[in-house]
Each structure stands twice: as C-alpha cells, then as structure tokens.
Write a protein that binds this ligand. Structure first.
Ligand SMILES: Nc1ncnc2c1ncn2[C@@H]1O[C@H](COP(=O)(O)OP(=O)(O)OP(=O)(O)O)[C@@H](O)[C@H]1O
Length: 514
C-alpha cells in the first residue's frame, strides 16, 4: 500500500487524494515545466462549434425538480425571460441553444437573484451554462474592464474544477459566451509553463478558471487579488470538497482578501452529492442557500443504456475486443483503474489494430491534450482513460463508455457513464463486473440501474442480496430520495446508508488529478 507523508505531516493511505499535492510540490521543485498549450481557436466557427441536442432533449422537462431554501425565485421557461444582454443572447443563439435545460431554467434566476446555490443535475444536462450565463450577464451589465496594465489582476469570478482538461473546457465555454464583449476569461492549470500562465493572467482577467493548486499558486505570488471577487464557483463540487481537495478549498476561501461567504456568491454544481459532503459544503455557503435537485441526486442519466457483464479478470481483454467489434468506428471511452493498465490496454488495442490513445496522470500535459484532441477529432476513436477523464468532459459523439474496471465508488460510475448520452442524445455503457473485486459495488449498482429504469441482471441482484444480508434490501425500492440534507437526510429507506464512501475510488490514481 502506498503511503504518502503530506506537506503537513499528515499520513495518508493510498485512498487519500492528498497525493496530488505531491505532484504539485514536484511541479514546483522538479524540472521546469516548459509546455505552453496551443492558443485557443480564433475563428468564430470553431468557437461556436457545437453538437446537436438529441431526441430526448425535450424529455428533460419531465424530470422532477426539487427546489428548497427560503423564497426561491421563479424559474424561467425561455432564454428570453433570462433578460440577457444583446451580445450574450447572441452568443447563446450562436451556440445552438434554443431553450434552457431544467438546471438552467431554475439555476439562472437563482444566481441572478444573488442567491447562493448548491445544484445537482444529471450529467450532460447543461450545468456549465447554468452558472456561466448569469455571471457573465451581471459582469456585462456592470461593465467590467480588465486592465491590461495592472500588475495585480482582480477577477470578479473564480471558477474551480478538479482536472486540467475540465477547467480548460469550462474556460472555452466562458470565452465563447463572452465573445465580443469586454469580459475576459483566463485559465490556469498545472502542467503548463507558469511564466506563460502569469503573462496570460496579467493581460487582464475578469473570470479566472483554474485547478486549485495553480490557482493558489498564482494568488500566493500576488498576481491575483481578491478584493473585487463576487462569484466563487465550484464545479464538480462534491469532488472539490472531498478529502483530497477540501484543504485547498479551505485555503482558497481563507486567502488574504477573499470576501467572506456573506460578501460573495458561492455556487456549487455536480451530478452527485454524498450527504456528508453536502453538510460540509454548507461551511462555504450562506445559511439561506438554495438547494436545487433536478431528478435524483446521484442518479445516472437515463439516456445511457447500461449493461453489466459478469467477467473474470482474465477474460476482460477478449470481452473488450468483442465490445469494440460491435462499436466499429464510433467513439468509445474505456475506463481502467490504474495508469499502468491504461498504458497496457492502449498498447494492446493498438496491437490489435484498433486506433487508440490514452489519458492519465503520468502522461505529460502535452500528451494529455494531444490524446484528447485526437479523440475529439475522431483520429483515435478509442480513448483509454483513468478517473482523470471521468468528470465533466463534454466530447461530441461519444456513443460508448466501457468500464473495463469498475470503480469502487458508485458516484464515480455515474460520472464515467455520463461521458455519453449527453444533451438528450442516446449513449451506451458496458461494464465488466468481476465478482472477486466488484462485489462491494453490487448493491449501489443495482440501485442506480433500477433508478434509471435499466434492466438489472438476476445474477447481479443475487450478488447484491447476498453481499449485504437480507434485512431491508429492496433493490426496486426507493433509490436515493433527492433531498436537501437540511431536510434531515435522504436515506429514508429502511436501509442503512450506502456502503460506498464518498469517492475513495477516484483516489486510486490520485496524483494525476489537477
Ligand atoms: N440549453 C441548451 N441547449 C442546447 N445545448 C445545450 C444547452 N445547455 C447545454 N448544452 C450543451 O450540452 C452539453 C452538455 O452540457 P454541460 O457540459 O454543461 O453538462 P454538465 O451538466 O455540466 O455535465 P457533467 O455533469 O458531465 O459535467 C454541452 O455540449 C453544452 O454546450
């Protein structure tokens, strides 16, 4: 078992997400990182390129919505009701958005009304625009101007996300919606040259998007002041507050000049929210924050057809080849548990003449970005990935997700399969279940499958049943009541809380986060 003595002399086992600090430390002290990413596209057609909403987009409207907290503002039904200024409205239209998704219908007016928000909505249902649009709207109305000449930049909004590729994607979304306006978003993340990053920040910065380590670094160097900060957004909020990132988040809100929670607006978004994390999140939010749940908290996207195949460890590779035969050239993400097996499986597939690339934390940033771009462009239709690619990534035409190894946390499963079936499109997820290692997941897997109206294999129900004894196990019963923890917790079934801890699985490869 890997033991890491953290900078604060804390001892963490392999499951501790604190490993990432190790990486960051070595980033600061090790060989200088020289990588400078290619500039983002300048042509309008690339900036606004988007994929079509799918046949189930209108079905989003049937999902039950739970809004709790005092005096929630009324939802909007159309983007026109959002009262966006002309340039922002134009950019929304150019992005192909015709009508808002439920998290946007509710989230936009809540944020515009100045309220703090903890929002939960299924993967691929438009959470990013739900926070970007009202923030940009406010900044445009107030007419912010980032000074090119200032030695310290003072952004009005900071957005944090757990991985480099995700924060870059959020930045590109912000840049798209802010196109042609005076609002300047900037992105900072690990693995790229710090001097370059600082120069970009100093060109002017209103919306600072960053992974926590690099963000703290830039703030610590005095390049970013916090006195004008109005919005703090935590995307993948449950991940940002779990044991790996919580210290960084506390450091961030404790940074000199950071407005207190009473004096800023704090917004949290995710598809999953373990209860203990919800409770802790309240530390960062005003007391009267609004809790918004679209559908079941922690539920899988029902546009993803989920199949579970029982395998043993040694048959997985053949099974994978079988699956990939049926997927042909359609884009497929294959998730594995370790960086080593990511390399191994990618090499194996290449030997089998399947054009494959891979992304994980031991690859250099240059390679990570190249892999993602080859996959996005369809040059490599198969991407083998570790958990680093599980959350938030929005890639066109990913029709399939394969869990070559299942994660040990059900939330991680929900995020992984959510890389397909986005924005009303249909996707498929196939998971290899090895009873020797995956039995602890069986029970929550059954719940997620039945909650998303998927067929539950008889053998899986049996494994789930025997793994946890007989008392109170009702696989067809209520899944996770979607509830604000302030109402007294959501697990009101006759069962004890889920066996799975918030997200230990994501930590297996943790030094790659950020
Ligand atoms: N109202 C809309 N109309 C059309 N497309 C939309 C709309 N809102 C968002 N989209 C598109 O849907 C896709 C998914 O959105 P987004 O990435 O924000 O999902 P998400 O809820 O953040 O997912 P995840 O939980 O995986 O992070 C994106 O390509 C986005 O541009």
């Amino acid at each position: 078992i890997f033991i890491f003595i953290g900078p604060n002399e804390g001892v963490f086992s392999k499951v501790s997400t604190a490993d990432k600090e190790n990486q960051e430390a070595s980033e600061n002290t090790g060989p200088k990182v020289v990588y400078v990413p290619p500039p983002p596209p300048e042509e309008e057609s690339s900036i606004f390129s988007h994929y079509a909403t799918g046949i189930n987009f209108d079905k989003y409207d049937d999902i039950l919505v739970d809004v709790s907290g005092s005096n929630p503002p009324k939802a909007i039904m159309t983007f026109d009701e959002a009262g966006l200024c002309e340039s922002l409205r134009r950019n929304v239209t150019k992005s192909g958005y015709v009508k808002p998704t439920p998290v946007q219908k509710h989230g936009i007016p809540i944020i515009s009304a100045g309220r703090d928000l903890m929002a939960c909505a299924q993967t691929g249902s438009g959470k990013t625009a739900a926070f970007l649009l009202p923030i940009l709207q406010r900044l445009m109305v107030d007419g912010v101007a980032a000074s090119k000449f200032s030695e310290v930049q003072e952004p009005e909004a900071i957005i944090v996300a757990p991985t480099r590729e995700l924060i870059n994607q959020i930045y590109l979304e912000a840049r798209k919606f802010a196109y042609g306006t005076c609002v300047r978003p900037v992105v900072v993340y690990g693995g790229i040259n710090t001097g370059y990053t600082i120069r970009e920040v100093l060109k002017g910065c209103n919306v600072l998007c960053g992974t926590p380590g690099r963000l703290l670094d830039i703030i610590g160097r005095g390049k970013v002041g916090l006195s004008k900060l109005r919005y703090l957004v935590l995307d993948e909020a449950d991940r940002m507050l779990d044991m790996g990132f919580e210290p960084d988040m506390r450091k961030l809100v404790g940074s000199p000049g950071m407005p207190s929670k009473e004096d800023r607006q704090t917004l949290m978004f995710s598809a999953t929210y373990p209860e203990d994390i919800q409770r802790m999140a309240a530390d960062f939010l005003k007391v009267d924050y609004i809790f918004l749940a679209v559908g079941v908290v922690g539920g899988a996207c029902s546009d993803v057809e989920q199949t579970i195949i029982q395998v043993d460890q040694y048959s997985k590779r053949d099974q994978l080849l079988d699956v990939l035969k049926s997927t042909g050239n359609e884009r497929t993400m294959v998730f594995v548990e370790t960086k080593r097996s990511a390399d191994f499986i990618a090499t194996f597939l290449c030997q089998e003449k399947i054009s494959t690339t891979s992304i994980h934390g031991d690859r250099e940033q240059r390679e990570r970005e190249k892999a993602l771009s080859d996959f996005r462009l369809g040059q490599c239709p198969v991407l083998v990935a570790t958990s680093v690619a599980a959350r938030g990534l929005d890639i066109e035409q990913v029709q399939h997700v394969v869990n070559f190894d299942l994660p040990s946390s059900i939330d991680e499963y929900v995020h992984r399969i959510g890389r397909t079936g986005r924005c009303g499109n249909i996707g498929r997820a196939v998971s290899f279940f090895n009873p020797e290692s995956d039995t602890p997941l069986a029970r929550s897997l059954v719940k997620v499958l039945s909650g998303a109206q998927q067929e539950v294999p008889k053998w899986l129900e049996e494994i789930a049943f025997s793994a946890h004894g007989t008392t109170g196990f009702n696989p067809r019963g209520k899944v996770f009541a979607s509830t604000d923890t302030r109402k007294g917790g959501s697990f009101k079934t006759d069962e004890p809380p889920q066996a799975s801890a918030p997200s230990p699985a994501v930590a297996a490869d943790d030094e790659e986060w950020e």
